[in-house]
Design a protein around this ligand. Sequence first.
Ligand code: ACO
Length: 376
Amino acid sequence: MVATPGVQRGLEDVVALESRICFIDGVRGRLIYQGYDIRDLAAQSTFEEVAYLLWYGRLPTAAQLADLKTRFGTLRTLPPPLVERIESMPLESTPMDVLRTSVSALALFEPDETKPGESSIGGAQRLTAALPTILGTFHRRRTGRAPLRARPELSQAAYLLYALLDRDPTELEARAVDVALILHADHELNASTFAARVTASTLSDLYSAVTSAVGTLKGPLHGGANERVMDLLNEIGTPELCETVVKDKLAKHERIMGFGHRVYKVEDPRATILREWSRKVGEAKGNLRYYELLRRVEEVVHREKGLYPNVDLYSGSIYSLLDLPHDLFTPIFAASRVAGWTAHVLEEYQDLRLIRPTAKYVGAVDLTYVPLAERG
Ligand code: ACO
């Protein structure tokens, strides 16, 4: 479509609000959460620390972190009627649909947390703790596995893997997922966070905002891209076919998932870190096939289109090596991004301004109304 003067299609480059939560330097390829470089956080912190940082604007002390972990352990348990509701959902439902519906349904059991304002921090913790349980409850049922337990001794990453795999992860598996959760926890005004903030800006509640966000993340141009990367790898099959398959898609003007970004003009720093973890997990599992194929895809896409990988390129390869099915990749993304969504909603409540852009009207005016009986 041709750009109309005065219209910023996709709100590209429009600065909609001020935020202290996350900074993307798209030119230098840096990502900052509340002042801290993502590379330092991925190397040294945990998802729990990062969630605390996003919500409170500072790193927790040891006591504050212990307290948050205890809270997560308690808040993992869902109200029994919600468990029953999830267990009665059609087995062929997509986990993202289950997640969206369950987040919305959880609000029915949390009346105190559905009042917008400071108290929403409780809802932020509740939702972050509950998302792995929602996913685990549904996935275990559709795969005929035993119901899960809250396992308060496990970190969020280890609990998420236990909930989905029905086994305790190894240290390396849990750390790989912990790093993935850290890297996905926030990303400024991405589409789903913007959707959450738009909802919150009407003074609607946190659960409604997160429901909007889950629905927005589902799309293949946003969170859904990592599932499609694995479809591409399966289609390519062997490294020798990589060049032909990718070039063929580009010639047909198809998008190669896991590449390109609205903000980064260089490599997404999250892709750099996940590439290393894809290799590490591949080595530990004795399976470097995905890693090698992805390296080859990168080479061809960069040569042919000058595009760099984004966060979605390598995450799916890690999850696949952990035997997680493709339709759980985006829900895992959500189980991390919920920390960022809720931090943004809390920020929105503190400096609220209804988000309501305008559209340039290009339709007709002054048409003559024709009564129904006279229309041909
Ligand atoms: N594959 C092939 N071509 C691409 C890709 C891609 N992945 N990304 C951009 N391009 C091309 C476009 O076709 C266009 O080319 P043209 O000018 O010849 O028509 C040009 O690059 C600019 O593309 P836009 O769509 O204008 O760029 P935009 O900033 O809107 O796109 C987006 C960003 C949506 C992420 C895009 O790069 C894309 O579709 N990527 C694939 C999906 C993906 O990986 N999404 C995950 C993003 S990260 C996340 O949300 C977690």
